[in-house]
Design a protein around this ligand. Structure first.
Ligand code: COA
Length: 179
C-alpha cells in the first residue's frame, strides 16, 4: 500500500535562534520595522549601525530560516541603551520579544554594563509591561519626544544588572523562557 502524504504542514519550531545581525538581514528587518513603528528607521541607519558604530550590537531572531525578531543596544562602559526591539506582528505573544530582550541584557552584561536604559512611547503599554518584567522602572518622561505625532516618551532604567538580586531575577525569567 502506498503511504499517504501527510497534508498538514509541519509545525513551526518554537525556539528562537538568535545571531548577530548582518547587512544581508536588513531587508527582512525592514519588513518588520515598517510593520512595527510609525517612524521607521531607514535601511541606511541599520547599515551604518552595523558597519561604523563600534558601540552598537544588533541581533536577529529566526524561526527556521525566517527572521521574526530583532533588537539592538549600545554599550558605553557601564551604561547600555536599548535602541530598538521588534517582533513580526504575526509572531507576537510567543515570548520572542522577551527572548530577544534577554539576549540584549546578556550582551550588555558580557560587555561590562551595569545599567540599561530605553525610551518607550507613553501609549506602548505592551512594551512597557515587558520592560517592567525585566526590572525597568520609569525614571522620567520626555514630553513630545516623538516627532511624528508629538507623543511623549517614558525613559526607563534597569540596574544594577550585575547585582545578585538582578542576576537571580534574570535566572528565574530565563528558566521560564526556556521551558
Ligand atoms: C513589544 C514587543 C517586542 C513584545 O514582543 P512579543 O514577542 O509580542 O512579547 P512576548 O510574547 O515576548 O511577551 C513578553 C512580555 O511582554 C508583555 N506582553 C506581551 N504581549 C502583551 C500584551 N498583549 N499585553 C500586555 N503585555 C504584553 C508581557 O509582560 C509578556 O510577559 P508574560 O507573557 O509573562 O505576560 C512586540 O509587541 C513588538 O514588536 N511591538 C512593536 C514594536 C515595539 O513596540 N517595540 C518596542 C519599542 S520600545
Amino acid at each position: 500500500m502506498k503511504m499517504e502524504l501527510d497534508p498538514r504542514p509541519a509545525p513551526e519550531p518554537d525556539r528562537l535562534s538568535i545571531a548577530p545581525m548582518a547587512s544581508a538581514d536588513i531587508s527582512a528587518v525592514m519588513r518588520i520595522e515598517r510593520a512595527s513603528f510609525s517612524t521607521v528607521w531607514p535601511s541606511d541607519a541599520f547599515f551604518n549601525e552595523l558597519s561604523t558604530n563600534k558601540l552598537a550590537h544588533y541581533f536577529v531572531g529566526r524561526i527556521g530560516d525566517r527572521i521574526v525578531a530583532y533588537g539592538g543596544i549600545w554599550v558605553i562602559l557601564e551604561d547600555s541603551h536599548v535602541t530598538t526591539l521588534a517582533v513580526d506582528p504575526a509572531c507576537r505573544g510567543r515570548h520572542f520579544g522577551e527572548v530577544m530582550l534577554l539576549r540584549l541584557v546578556d550582551e550588555a552584561l558580557e560587555r561590562g554594563a551595569a545599567w540599561m536604559t530605553l525610551e518607550v512611547r507613553e501609549s506602548n503599554t505592551v512594551a512597557q509591561q515587558l520592560y517592567r518584567k525585566y526590572g525597568f522602572t520609569t525614571v522620567t518622561m520626555r514630553r513630545g519626544y516623538y516627532s511624528d505625532d508629538n507623543e511623549s516618551a517614558l525613559v526607563m532604567w534597569a540596574g544594577n544588572l550585575k547585582s545578585e538580586l538582578y542576576r537571580n531575577r534574570l535566572g528565574v525569567l530565563r528558566a521560564r523562557c526556556n521551558r
